[in-house]
Design a protein around this ligand. Structure first.
Ligand SMILES: [Zn+2]
Length: 648
């Protein structure tokens, strides 16, 4: 059998051929110094990059005829020295742009200009930007200065700058593999569930064609301590890490991204595709995951070095950009409406003969439960044969309560608790749910319907919020409008206070009435457990659960009414009486409920021939499969883990 690893024989000649074709086609004044495959791109290095910029149509035409993504970069030798380039930019850009930072990216030959007024850096029809490029030969990219700085984003940028040589080599190796010629005249497509089929947690799908093997998500089961339930089924014959061509990450939640660095510990050196918001958020959650596991004596599956490898191998793409994963699969990520950066993945296989979309966590149309943070999931695809859908809340009785009722209930609990001198603890996911609640609290506070008390954001939530404010382009159109046109950024509302350090936590639990948001959402670890221990015995306090509480978690026991909790602190057994008020509010979900999934399917265009339901309790997914099959006469499947479906 011919294995992927062995398909190298005619690769070098193919690259040489492509290079000479390109150089022949381009205007001579472009002065191409080299042509390199870097990841999915064909990169042309030019001694005179602005000449190519002015001939954009030629490059577009070439890309189209070659069916490759072409990127133009300035040759390193013509780029101005950074200090000089910086000084020149400050001369060119008018002062009223209020530049706050300039970050050089050696790998891309780009300079990111952070400015309070990006329009002033761009100039009329982009004139100022063009002038900058001509003068310094670093391609300028303008972003709005983020109102809250993220330490995590800074550290990712530092890693990429410090390791730019390694990064470049990694991309060149990946590029060789992507642009290899086709050798196997077969066209099967198979999908195997390594995790997250007929269950919620450890999502991991293996997609295989004769040419390519792709993993979609690689998550952990956060609530579980048993390795055989924590990890996807990596130990099957079809899964050989040396043969994986690409790893795609739908979104940052740990049940989808938590074990991506583990693949690197295991020796994977291929690409990870996601967008920049997902890269930032998953890095944050993975770092926290290993910190918390270490602190609590749980299995720590990888370390910081493996996370760094993941960052160096991650290729970020925006929504709607088309990317070659290999010689027979093209990837497009589109909005999923679930959390910041979450994507529905569309795969265009074998010259478009087969098209597959995967919505592994999505939020569809939301008449009853509109969310503020994000726009709804995309429902339109160029072509679609099979749709893979999550079905967490696909059961017949899964109806998310009306969003407005959920909001009013939350505000009522906060007002009642704080006016009797108590504190409200909201255990929350750091990413998504927490920011959704912040938008709600800021809104009611501004309307003076919420009592003026501080809302403390514990460490991880504050950092995740900073990341949201650095990627406003992924927020809902409504929220962007509110932030940029009305100057009303809910994340900057004065009620929010960031907590850092143990001492500060103590003074909060011992201090005046307040709201505290902390991770984890099911009290399975993290600071929410510490706050809970401090607050549980005082009957003036309240706890509000806003997420699903999984079987076996402390959150589940408390929300189901257990009043006596035993815990071991510093080796001593403690008994605690839970006297605080206990509430569960379900209306803030980032998932689609039964109706929303049906609505999503109704609007889905074109309609697929087949629907595969995953990421749900088996009975719920089966009930949903029946409903979809009956109404739309499509083939439905509810596979188990380790089952393989042949798609064509
Ligand atoms: Zn999720």
């Amino acid at each position: 059998m011919v294995k992927n690893k062995d398909k190298q024989y005619s690769r070098e000649t193919a690259i040489e051929q492509l290079k000479s074709n390109l150089i022949d086609e381009l205007p001579p004044n472009a002065q191409i110094s080299k042509v390199v495959f870097e990841g999915p791109f064909v990169v042309l290095y030019s001694l005179n990059p602005t000449a190519l910029m002015e001939n954009g149509d030629i490059v577009k035409g070439l890309a189209k005829s070659l069916r490759k993504r072409i990127v133009i970069r300035s040759d390193v030798s013509v780029r101005r020295v950074k200090d000089e380039a910086q000084a020149r930019m400050l001369e060119i850009v008018p002062e009223n742009a209020e530049i706050t930072n300039m970050i050089f990216d050696d790998e891309l030959g780009e300079v990111i200009i952070e400015a309070k007024k990006p329009g002033a850096v761009i100039g009329r029809s982009g004139a100022t930007l063009r002038e900058i490029y001509r003068e310094i030969s670093w391609r300028p990219k303008v972003v709005r200065s983020p109102p809250i700085q993220s330490q995590l984003i800074k550290s990712i940028r530092n890693t990429l700058t410090a390791e730019s040589e390694k990064r470049k080599n990694a991309l060149i190796n990946i590029g060789k593999r992507i642009h290899r010629p086709k050798v196997i005249p077969d066209s099967y497509i198979r999908l195997t569930g390594l995790g997250g089929f007929s269950e919620v947690g450890r999502s991991c799908l293996l997609l295989e064609t004769a040419e390519t093997k792709v993993l979609i998500d690689c998550g952990t089961n956060v609530g579980s301590r048993e390795p055989n339930q924590m990890f996807p089924h990596f130990n099957i014959a079809e899964f050989d890490i040396a043969e994986i061509d690409a790893v795609l990450v739908t979104h940052a939640h740990l049940d989808h991204s938590g074990l991506v660095p583990f693949l690197f510990k295991w020796g994977y050196r291929g690409p990870v595709y996601s967008n920049d918001a997902t890269l930032s958020l998953m890095t944050l959650l993975q770092k926290d995951y290993i910190d918390v596991s270490e602190r609590e004596g749980k299995l720590v599956p990888y370390n910081q070095r493996d996370i760094k490898q993941m960052i160096l191998h991650t290729i970020t793409r925006r929504y709607w950009e088309v990317t070659d994963l290999s010689n027979d699969i093209r990837l497009t990520m589109t909005p999923a409406g679930h959390i910041l950066g979450s994507s529905i993945i569309h795969l265009h296989i074998g010259d478009g003969k087969y098209n597959l979309a995967i919505a592994n966590d999505f939020k569809g149309k939301r008449k009853r439960s509109p969310t503020q943070l994000l726009d709804r999931a995309n429902t339109r695809f160029p072509r679609l044969e099979t749709m893979v859908l999550e079905s967490t809340y696909g059961g017949p009785r899964d109806n998310t309560p009306r969003r407005e009722d959920a909001e009013r209930q939350l505000i009522k609990i906060i007002n009642r608790t704080t006016s009797r001198g108590g504190k409200v603890l909201i255990p929350s996911l750091a990413v998504g749910r927490a920011q959704e609640l912040m938008v709600v609290l800021a809104h009611y506070y501004k309307r003076r319907e919420m009592i003026d008390v501080p809302v403390y954001l514990d460490g991880l939530i504050a950092e995740a919020t900073a990341i949201h404010s650095c990627h406003p382009e992924y927020l809902s159109a409504h929220l962007q409008d509110q932030i940029f046109n009305e100057g009303n950024n809910p994340f900057l509302c004065e009620i929010f206070k960031t907590v850092s350090g143990q001492g500060e936590r103590k003074s909060i639990t011992g201090g005046s009435p307040s709201v505290i948001m902390a991770t984890s959402e099911m009290l399975t670890g993290g600071n929410s457990v510490e706050y809970f221990k401090q607050l549980a015995e005082d009957d003036r306090n309240s706890i509000v659960f806003v997420s699903y509480q999984a079987e076996g978690t402390l959150g589940r026991r408390i929300s189901s009414g257990v009043k006596e909790i035993r815990s071991i602190d510093d080796g001593r057994m403690n008994m605690m009486r839970v006297s605080m008020d206990i509430h569960q509010i379900d209306g803030f979900s980032g998932h689609s409920d039964r109706n929303e999934i049906m609505n999503f399917f109704r609007e889905l265009s074109p309609k697929p021939e087949r629907v595969i339901l995953i990421h749900g309790q088996r009975n719920k997914s089966q009930s949903l499969a029946q409903a979809i099959g009956k109404r739309y006469h499509v083939k439905t499947d509810v596979p188990m883990n380790l089952e393989t479906l042949r798609l064509n």
